[in-house]
Design a protein around this ligand. Structure first.
Ligand code: IMP
Ligand code: MG
Length: 176
């Protein structure tokens, strides 16, 4: 168990299981993207560890950029999506792969995807380490998913609770 701020979290997905799954995802992505020189868009802050681990499983040319979108404060979504750090690369005619740590309601990515659809991309796909199917409120097509999890708050492996807990090596779930 770990305590972060005022909450207690219990072990949920072990470091070793995350590692195995990220390797599998990397293999699947390699089949699809080997000759496409894709641009990976890592959604900050939470995806920085997933992105760092996943990109090292890709043994072909690819590029990486970051965006920072913000819709969360504390334990629940606030409903506003802000682009705090915007896109720097020209995505025209490029194959784009979005990397997310977790999809909860899907609001953040839905808004971000709507901005991408206005550009002329060769393709766009979505890879997330975690997906909460029961929380999803937007019609997102999730192309690559690490783990489907219950609608409970989790931290670790990049994910935070009020900025803390990102440094935990495994993923921990809020205790009932
Ligand atoms: P959505 O827009 O509701 O899908 O929320 C997306 C963002 O909220 C994610 O990229 C995370 O940064 C954050 N988030 C959603 N669920 C959790 C959670 O269980 N733990 C930590 N952060 C979360
Ligand atoms: Mg995120």
């Amino acid at each position: 168990m770990v305590t972060v701020h005022d909450k207690v979290f219990v072990p949920f997905i072990e470091e070793e299981d995350i590692r195995k799954r990220v390797i599998e995802m990397g293999q699947k992505l390699s089949d699809e993207y080997r000759d496409k020189n894709p641009i990976l868009i890592c959604v900050l802050n939470g995806s920085f560890i997933f992105g760092a681990d996943l990109i090292r499983e890709l043994d072909f040319p690819c590029e990486l950029t970051f965006v920072k979108l913000s819709s969360y404060s504390g334990l629940s979504s606030t409903g506003h999506v802000q682009e705090v750090i915007g896109l720097e690369l020209d995505l025209t005619n490029r194959h784009v792969l979005i990397l997310e740590d977790i999809i909860d309601t899907g609001r953040t990515l839905n808004e971000f995807l709507n901005t991408l659809y206005k550009k002329e991309l060769a393709s766009v796909a979505l890879a997330t380490l975690l997906l909460k199917p029961d929380a999803l409120q937007y019609p997102l097509k999730v192309d690559y998913c690490g783990f489907e999890i219950p609608d409970k708050f989790v931290i670790g492996y990049g994910l935070d609770y009020d900025q803390h807990g990102r440094n935990l090596k495994g993923i921990y779930q809020l205790k009932d």
